[in-house]
Design a protein around this ligand. Structure first.
Ligand code: F42
Length: 145
């Protein structure tokens, strides 16, 4: 088992600790929004370390949609590079943990469909896209059987 390196952003690391430490019974919403969050566990492309990232819970059937918005910042979050290099992830959704494989969605029709679901779930994504020149990456996580 590789070393786990917590996020250097305090409130993010604290959310991960509360969520995982309570087996998904606490800390599963985004601060004052009350909207649910999942924890994505994956491997860092450079360090090989275990990384854990809270993201909004956006679902499409059994699949999860992962949106690399990072508040509309000018650069992609690091986890985007990690997921492009290694598609194997675990997703914790409250008490449930799923093994999944992710892919970046590049087909424009498919991306639009998933983006619309994401914005309907978390309307701030639309504001974040308006804030930045980069096209916010969208990933689809599908169960591995
Ligand atoms: N971020 C989103 O992009 N989308 C969301 O829907 C979202 C929801 C959300 C809900 C709750 C919450 O607490 C946070 C939420 N966030 C959301 C923020 C999200 O959890 C991440 O903090 C944010 O997206 C930034 O991701 P990041 O991977 O850039 O994390 C930074 C702070 C970080 O940890 N950076 C590390 C560092 O040391 O600076 C590097 C991490 C890393 O993965 N390094 C790799 C390695 O090898 O280990 C190399 C990566 C590379 O770029 O090559």
């Amino acid at each position: 088992m590789s070393e786990y390196i917590p996020s250097p952003t305090d409130w993010v690391a604290e959310q991960v600790e509360l969520y995982e430490g309570s087996q998904g019974t606490k800390g599963f919403t985004l601060r004052d929004t009350g909207l649910p969050v999942v924890i994505v566990t994956n491997r860092g492309v450079k360090t090989g370390a275990v990384r854990k990232t809270p993201l909004m819970r956006v679902v499409d059937g059994d699949n999860y949609i992962l949106v690399g918005s990072q508040g509309g910042s000018p650069k992609h979050p690091h986890w985007v590079h990690n997921l492009k290099a290694d598609s194997k992830v675990e997703i914790r959704d409250e008490a449930a943990v799923y093994s999944m494989k992710v892919r970046e969605v590049v087909d424009s029709v498919e991306r639009q469909r998933l983006w619309d679901i994401a914005v309907a779930t978390f309307p701030n994504y639309k504001l974040y896209q308006e804030k930045t020149d980069r096209v916010i990456p969208v990933f689809l996580a599908e169960p591995t059987h």
